[in-house]
Design a protein around this ligand. Structure first.
Ligand SMILES: Nc1ncnc2c1ncn2[C@@H]1O[C@H](COP(=O)(O)OP(=O)(O)O)[C@@H](O)[C@H]1O
Ligand SMILES: [Mg+2]
Length: 188
């Protein structure tokens, strides 16, 4: 699903990522471990086509990030460390907006927003302004925008940072839930 080969990224004189290679298979859940400044976020930005690598290659679902960024973006859901939320929008309105940007057909949009709101436990705050939500709820909305187009690959950058212990446990539970296929959820 993800294949990285000899990837390096340099910002001016800073070498942020130095010749890394790894593979992630379909169905695997993996994490980057490393101290601040290790290059975790930079690697995720390359994989999500937010910035080009200096050298090496990376592909997602068989598509090279440099050569086919649109195909990669279609198959990837990304929750950056700071969720890309618009505080002046209501939750439902925001998810509609993101769904449109991600090319969900108009006829399916309302149903998809309702499904993802239910799945990420934000249905009860659908008509609230994002600015008024707690940090834990904002994170749930961030997760909802990342999965709204049913991506093959989900990339989350520090999804529990800045949350209190209770919110952290809830968010991890939620991530486990949204990454478990529905066919498996009943039996696993
Ligand atoms: N936009 C940027 N411009 C210049 N240097 C950057 C930029 N983003 C990150 N860096 C540097 O690249 C290195 C790796 O950072 P980052 O990928 O954010 O690491 P991590 O997510 O593991 O904390 C750090 O030394 C950081 O200061
Ligand atoms: Mg980081």
């Amino acid at each position: 699903m993800i294949k990285v080969d000899g990837l390096s990224k340099r910002y001016a004189r800073t070498v942020a990522v130095d010749n890394i290679s790894f593979e992630v298979q379909k169905g695997q859940i993996v994490g980057f471990l490393g101290p601040n400044g290790a290059g975790k976020t930079t690697t995720m930005r390359v994989l999500t086509c937010f910035m080009p690598a200096t050298s090496g290659t990376a592909s997602v679902a068989g598509f090279d990030v440099q050569e086919h960024p649109m195909e990669v973006k279609r198959r990837i859901g990304y929750l950056p460390e700071t969720p890309p939320l618009y505080p002046d929008m209501e939750v439902r309105e925001y998810l509609h907006f993101v769904g449109q940007l991600k090319g969900i057909p108009k006829a399916d949009l309302a149903r998809r927003v309702a499904e993802v709101s239910e799945r990420c436990s934000v249905a009860d705050v659908s008509s609230k302004l994002i600015a008024k939500l707690s940090k834990g709820y904002k994170q749930r909305v961030g997760l909802a925008q990342a999965i709204i187009h049913n991506p093959d690959v989900l990339i989350l950058d520090e999804p529990t940072s800045g949350l209190d212990p209770k919110q952290r446990v809830e968010t991890l539970e939620l991530i486990k839930r949204v990454t478990t296929p529905s066919s498996c959820r009943r039996t696993c």
